[in-house]
Ligand binder design. Sequence first.
Ligand SMILES: Cc1ncc(COP(=O)(O)O)c(C=O)c1O
Length: 376
Amino acid sequence: MIKYNMVDLVGQYKKIKPEIDEAIIKIMDEASFIGGPAVKSFQKNLEEYLGVKHVIPCANGTDALQVALMALGLEPGDEVITTSFTFIATAEVIALLKLTPVLVDVDPNTFNIDPKAVEKAITEKTKAIIPVHLFGQCADMSALKEIAEKNNLFIIEDTAQAISADYKCKEHGTIKKAGTLGDIGCTSFFPSKNLGAFGDGGAIFTNNDELAEKMRVVVNHGMTVRYYHDYVGVNSRLDSMQAAVLDIKLKHLDEYAQARLNAANYYNNAFANNPKIKTPETADFTTHVFHQYTLVLNGVDREGLMKHLVDKGIASAVYYPVPLHLQKAYLDPRYKEGDFPVTESLSKSVISLPIHTELTEEIQKEITDAFLEFVG
Ligand SMILES: Cc1ncc(COP(=O)(O)O)c(C=O)c1O
């Protein structure tokens, strides 16, 4: 039986249960299930927290990415550059809109999209870049923004895993929140995310009034005035119960990030100076909010290790075992095995350990002892 899961959502809920229960009952009493004050309040509070002009709540992070792409007015065949090492949603929405996903390799230390590889992949059809702030730290946005400006490209940040991370802008030394640096930022409130709902949820961020206006309409069937549809849209609304939960959790987000960072530091110390384990590196331009705590193994039988951990009641996971260009649904004559050596090597050697807001040093000691017992 698993004692220590990757997340502990029950433990987190218990600490804020009275507030959450009251907020959910209020929604039921008022029957304001879609839209209404809870969604508006969360939207405003998130705008303030992120320091961004517009937040557009929507149904999930995948829709957020799709709506962002729909708002840019791209044509079928236009190319969108993204990373080969991410969750499928990023490439999925590009393919669904009949745009062409162009994949590039990642930096071996941060696992984030490599700006040099992005630059090399640009053609006259390239219209946008989607960097993913993977596992909780920002991609190199200064380098990417420079490339985007030079080549007249949009940037959509996928910050599903890095909400609340701070980016230190190279140009002015200012600090901005992940997701507010490009033209559009997208996030997910999937329950296990750093800011997780009690179901699906997502949001889109932008400082651009025109894009905001369009995306607000697109998420609601492209409807400008009731039953008048100026765009082809989608049905992608954040429901009121999720908004109420998120509004309460938003107040704890910084404290949640600190708890994750403390847990990551504990792991880092336990695994320091072991030649078989590479602990996560954080780039100097970003904070890390540790959505995942991901190690790179060197000469360790990963399957054997995971089985050993399960025998001790400890969960672990591999994000992601198959690079995007080798996924069956995305096989493409443009790509073959060997094209993205960093991604391919990471997919064979990474392992993620439980990381969440409820870890104690006692639990982490059990986890690290069990891990090191196998690894040596
Ligand atoms: C990097 C990334 N992008 C997009 C998504 C999609 O979010 P959702 O599951 O809310 O659709 C996820 C969620 O797992 C993700 O990790």
